[in-house]
Design a binder for this molecule. Structure first.
Ligand code: SAH
Length: 254
């Protein structure tokens, strides 16, 4: 079977964050699949077909791309950030596992990208400087009580928490509920970094406390990093603050 499929991470938006490997894979592709706004970030090339789809159609998009590659084409599926972080790489693997045996023979590669939490962290210092975890607040693919249990476990174990998908129009109350949950384990003064559209022209990065977090604007393009008891803010005259989590951890009480 001569078809190839590359699952390509585009990074958070700034073209300088696109790796040379990702750029080469996009250049090689005869067909591009992805969520429309992500495809719009890829410069047009003559002879390259584009198949945009909605962001809720990941399974169908993955199947369509695999089918196309199985017919012998060189196909790229794009994701924002890293394709392995709440994105297309797992959707492709799911389809390969469930799909026809022939899909297992395809040449499939996964090309990493800079994920949002790393891009946001780099804008403000080192909030992920010690143990951290990443959680999606979307309850499209898991029940909300599981999100709550994971928030409890992460905060009580002393992890910095990167929150993907904090808010959407269909999920208006979840973010406030999550912040209330975290305040059960963490002081109200715990720093929370809000990074919106990082790497894009409308980028906005700010720092709030956990007490202020509910009232801080957040949307689907925002990633929130909630610190630990150790996370610190360095105020600097004439410059934006630095937020960092020291490398030496203190013992968390049970
Ligand atoms: N695969 C992507 C994540 C997809 S989930 C990655 O690795 O980054 C989508 C969520 O990612 C958004 O709701 C937001 O929380 C975060 N996100 C994606 N791009 C972002 C950006 N440029 N700035 C801030 N957050 C971003």
């Amino acid at each position: 079977m001569s078809g190839r499929l590359a699952v390509v991470g585009l990074g958070p938006g700034d073209p300088r964050y696109l790796t040379p490997e990702a750029e080469a894979a996009l250049g090689d592709a005869e067909a591009l699949y992805g969520y429309g706004p992500y495809l719009d970030r890829v410069p047009a090339r003559s002879g390259q077909a584009r198949y945009p789809s909605d962001n809720r159609e990941e399974g169908a998009r993955a199947a369509a791309a695999l089918l196309h590659a199985a017919q012998g084409a060189c196909v790229a599926v794009v994701s924002g950030g890293d394709p392995g972080v709440f994105a297309m790489a797992a959707a492709i693997c799911e389809q390969i596992e469930q799909g026809p045996e022939s899909w297992r023979e395809l040449d499939v590669s996964f090309i990493p990208g800079i994920t949002a939490m790393l891009a946001v962290a780099a804008k403000i210092g080192a909030p992920l400087g010690h143990d951290f975890c990443a959680l999606s607040l979307s309850d499209n693919l898991k029940p909300w009580d599981l999100v709550e249990r994971r928030l409890d476990a992460a905060a009580s174990a002393g992890f910095v928490i990167a929150l993907y998908n904090p808010v959407s129009r269909a999920r208006p109350w979840q973010f406030g509920n999550a912040m209330e949950r975290l305040r059960r384990h963490l002081p109200e003064t715990t720093p929370a970094v809000f990074g919106r559209a990082v790497g894009r022209p409308d980028e906005l990065v700010s720092v709030a406390t956990l007490a202020e977090a509910d009232a801080t604007p957040a949307d689907m393009a925002t990633l929130v990093i909630v610190g630990t008891r150790e996370t610190r803010v360095i105020v600097r005259p004439g410059r934006s603050p630095l937020v960092y989590t020291p490398r030496a951890a203190v013992e968390v009480s049970a």
